[in-house]
Design a protein around this ligand. Structure first.
Ligand code: SF4
Length: 379
């Protein structure tokens, strides 16, 4: 297949759906005792509901929506620190647009901007570098947020700033990595996970090897998947076939884009600029060892945490979630979004209470936008 519409072909989809139904039957899964497959990535959650895959697949298959949306897992304490930084008169705070509406304790970045803070939306950290060149009398802070997909571009920008000896550019680094929270979920005695669909764009950078522990240590299959409906259906089928056959392996459905070894240039840039933090807080999941990245000592001049005396170096800063917010339970698959009492009432995309309603990749936003879980809500 070559063109996007071929990955949305209804005739081909019907064939894969029939095979999925047969595999679910062969496993013996039913609506009462379903097989649980976690799609790790928020982009996959969005695609599942956008294309109605949750309604097309059999009742014996349940999707568990994973923590793979960086905006959604950003703890409130880090949002507060963004706002504190942005409100400094000398700072121009730069960020991707999807972080603007995440609620903090006092306010979101969007509210801070409306009150006069100099916050600019950018499409790339290179835009922030350009601002630094053009505004030598201001401090330009880039909000580095995201998984392995976006860590390389931030790393390359820091390397470029070092080459140019730009002294007014720094990064508030909130980059995180996918494998540690998956391990944390697999260690959770209350989680029932039978297999995983892995994020294809993350594997474009890191390859498939970092997921080997899921199969070898925990005996669960994982298939790295693309983002079109047929990609997802085929990946789910590949996971089900492994379960049916009693196998647990790492497979790559997205081989047209993902090399098994990832992208060596990106991996080298990240290894040069970052090192793992001992721990990092995830909204709804708590602190997870080695799950966040910090900027290495040789690039300390570009680390906003060191430059402005904030972040983990300034001591722990935990902030409780808003009362009644069930984001953590949704993110760990304990409840579905519609089972949160705030869903669609006190929490909507226009006025989000929790982060899962903010980003288009958040499970609650996907349910709200595409009507996911209507049957389950009616039960
Ligand atoms: S509906 Fe809102 S508060 Fe409830 S879990 Fe979803 S994002 Fe969180």
């Amino acid at each position: 297949m070559k063109y996007a519409d071929e990955f949305r072909d209804p005739v081909a989809a019907r064939g894969v759906l029939a095979a999925i139904e047969a595999a679910v039957d062969a496993i013996g899964a039913t609506a009462e005792k379903p097989v649980h497959i976690m799609e790790i990535c928020g982009g996959h959650t969005h695609a599942i509901f956008r294309y109605g895959l949750d309604k097309l697949t059999p009742a014996g298959l349940e999707f568990i929506h994973g923590p793979g949306c960086p905006v959604c897992v950003l703890p409130m304490s880090r949002v507060d620190e963004c706002v504190d930084l942005a409100e400094r008169p000398e700072v121009i705070f730069t960020t991707f647009g999807d972080a603007m509406r995440v609620p903090g304790t006092r306010k979101s970045l969007l509210q801070a901007k409306s009150e006069g803070a100099d916050i600019r939306m950018v499409y790339s950290p290179l835009d922030a570098l350009d601002l630094a060149r053009r505004n030598p009398d201001r401090e330009i802070v880039f909000f580095g947020l995201g998984f392995e997909t976006t860590t390389p571009s931030t790393a390359l920008s820091i390397q470029q700033a070092a080459r140019e000896d730009l002294t007014n550019f720094s990064v508030f680094c909130n980059h995180i990595t996918v494998p540690p929270p998956i391990r944390a979920l697999l260690e959770d005695p209350f989680m029932t996970l039978d297999g995983f669909v892995g994020p294809g764009h993350v594997s474009m950078v890191i390859g498939v090897e970092p997921y080997r522990f899921i199969a070898e240590e925990y005996g669960k299959p994982i298939v790295v998947a693309g983002f079109e409906p047929l990609d997802l259906l085929q990946s789910v089928l590949m996971v089900l076939i492994q379960i049916r056959d009693g196998r647990a392996e790492v497979e790559n459905q997205y081989a047209r884009v993902v090399p098994d070894a990832g992208n060596p240039v990106s991996i080298a840039a990240c290894a040069d600029v970052y090192e793992p933090r001992d721990r990092f807080e995830w909204r709804g999941l708590g602190e997870i060892d080695k799950s966040g990245l910090k900027i290495r000592e040789p690039y300390a001049a570009y680390d906003a945490e060191r430059k402005f005396g904030i972040g983990y170096g300034a001591g722990p800063r935990f902030v409780a979630e808003p009362e009644g917010c069930r984001c953590g339970d949704v993110m760990t698959g304990r409840i579905k979004p519609r089972q949160c009492p705030k869903f669609g009432t006190e929490c909507t995309p226009e006025m989000p209470l929790g982060a899962l309603m903010v980003s288009s990749e958040g499970a609650c936003a996907a349910y709200y936008q595409y009507g996911g879980g209507a049957l389950e809500a009616a039960e």
